[in-house]
Design a protein around this ligand. Structure first.
Ligand SMILES: Cc1cc2nc3c(=O)[nH]c(=O)nc-3n(C[C@H](O)[C@H](O)[C@H](O)COP(=O)(O)OP(=O)(O)OC[C@H]3O[C@@H](n4cnc5c(N)ncnc54)[C@H](O)[C@@H]3O)c2cc1C
Length: 479
């Protein structure tokens, strides 16, 4: 029986699991979160499940049906609360996936080393936030964090909240905040009318294939109308103000390149700010597996979604930011292909083309423009883990003769802190002007935090793997 190992149990991973099972493969599905569902179906933990969970999610019935089907299937092994921290190769050159099972950073986590006939990478993305003066003040959140708190804890990050950034994601964030009782003072989208039209207006008929997205849009617009939330195009939060906590923000109108238009600045009093300027894919496991990336940092795949490493497939946000529909259709294709299907059905390929088109539109309408760097002052913190400022990065870049990324990291420590450049990395690259071939921030041999004791135990485990079959999971528990 072919064994398919799927890393990430969001929409892409779940769809891949179902598709692989439909071709008779045995499936192991791994996710670091407490429950399956990924970012889109993030929900309250089972111990305190919400009575009205479906009201906070689109497609909730689809998710619960998918989850029940996989949970009831004896040939699916669901491993949640399991973080993959490395991928390497064994003595024979086969890929090995190293993971720990148990509460994040908790004691006594169980180590696992997994191998399979095919691997599907479905690790998703995290939201990207551009820095601005004051963004490190308490009360400034990434929109993703604010939404996660609303969805999985029912916590509103503030009473009077501004949502700002770029992309359709700002709508659900404003909706989630309203649902948990926050007053959303305004949503400020950096993209101007012109680029919105360029992204969304051409070939409107092709958008019909994403018709349920239109349904979601109607719900979001009615949320804006019901809660009287102003939505302003071509504007951004360019500074946050306060001493111990954010108390106000400066909003400015932007030109087409996202540089603030002088004289358009105005202050708004708030007690929380949620910012998101799109997403960046979580590609460290793909990098560890040896997969090639595009210049925009997505995993290169063929029509069957096989990466440049034979037997390793990729689906969802790590191949392009196209929303939940793209993740579902890609998961289906990757799951089928990983389980041995060589020719993808035409209908599925057509659906895939439509969702890829959706991803292109998002980029054309809302993609980050380079003028945002003029929001920064020399004192603006860029790497918050190591408190490195834009001025320090500029000075180190000017002083370095080659491989500026490496020099800046070593001289300033930017990107070397706890988050390992997950928050500041892309910003750092842009400020330095490094092209991806010159070194990228996503090369993280250790993909998720691991205790030194666990690491030591894991290396002992690797040395003794042939003798110690109780800890090395070469065999399926179902066999
Ligand atoms: C913060 C955030 C909020 C979003 N909110 C919305 C929304 O409200 N509405 C909307 O339409 N779209 C939203 N999106 C976009 C939407 O979530 C995605 O389109 C969709 O979830 C992508 O599915 P996916 O399966 O590719 O990735 P995800 O849903 O992100 O799933 C990836 C999974 O991989 C797991 N994973 C990653 N690395 C590891 C590792 N090393 N070890 C183990 N597990 C790992 C993660 O825990 C996660 O569960 C959001 C995206 C983000 C990042």
């Amino acid at each position: 029986m072919t064994h398919v190992l799927i890393l990430g149990a969001g929409p892409a991973g779940l769809a891949a699991a179902r598709a692989a099972r439909s071709r008779g493969a045995r499936v192991t599905l791994v996710d670091s979160a407490d429950a399956v569902g990924g970012q889109y179906w993030r929900h309250l933990p089972e111990q305190r499940a919400g009575a009205n969970e479906e009201s906070l999610h689109h497609g909730w019935d689809r998710f619960t049906a998918l989850r029940q089907e996989l949970e009831a299937d004896g040939d699916v092994r669901l491993m949640h609360s399991t973080s993959v921290w490395a991928i390497d190769r064994d003595g024979e050159g086969a890929l090995r996936v190293h993971a720990t099972e148990g509460p994040a950073d908790g004691p006594g986590r169980e180590p696992h080393t997994l191998s399979a006939d095919a691997i599907v990478l479905a690790t998703g993305a995290h939201d990207r936030t551009l820095p601005f003066p004051g963004w490190t003040l308490p009360g400034v959140f990434t929109a993703g964090a604010a939404q996660a708190l609303a969805k999985s804890e029912r916590i509103a990050v503030g009473r009077n909240v501004v949502v700002a950034g770029a992309g359709p994601f700002l709508f659900p964030v404003a909706a989630s905040l309203s649902q948990v009782g926050a007053n959303v003072v305004g949503v400020f989208e950096a993209a101007r009318g012109g680029s919105m039209a360029k992204g969304w207006l051409p070939r409107p008929w092709s958008l019909l294939r994403a018709s349920h997205k239109a349904g979601e849009l109607v719900q979001y617009v009615s949320n804006h109308v019901r809660n009287r939330i102003p939505y302003t195009l071509g504007s951004a939060v360019i500074a946050a103000h306060g001493t111990a906590h954010v108390a106000a923000v400066t909003i400015a109108d932007l030109d087409t390149n996202w540089a603030p238009i002088p004289g358009s600045e105005r202050r708004i009093a708030v007690d929380a700010v949620c910012v998101s300027h799109g997403f960046t894919p979580r590609v460290e496991l793909a990098v560890a597996a040896g997969c090639e990336l595009t210049s925009e940092r997505f995993v290169v795949t063929d029509e069957r979604l096989e990466s440049t490493v034979p037997g390793v497939f990729a689906a969802g946000e790590i191949t392009g930011i196209g929303g939940v529909d793209a993740s579902l259709v890609e998961g289906e294709i990757a799951g089928l292909a990983a389980a041995g299907l060589t020719a993808i059905p035409t209908k599925l390929r057509r659906r895939h083309r439509a969702t890829t088109d959706f991803a292109r539109r998002i980029e054309a309408a809302h993609g980050i423009r380079s003028g945002w760097t003029s929001w920064l002052t020399d004192a603006t913190v860029v790497c918050r883990c190591e408190s490195v400022t834009a001025g320090a990065i500029d000075a180190a870049t000017a002083a370095s003769e080659q491989d500026a990324l490496r020099s800046v990291k070593l001289t300033t420590r930017a990107g070397l802190g706890v988050c390992q450049a997950r928050i500041c990395g892309r910003t750092l690259e842009q400020l330095i002007g490094t092209h991806p071939g010159g070194g990228i921030v996503d090369n993280r041999p250790i993909a998720s935090p691991i205790r030194l004791g666990e690491l030591a135990a894991a290396s002992t485990l690797s040395r003794t793997e042939h003798e110690n079959t109780t800890l090395i999971e070469k065999e399926s528990p179902h066999e």
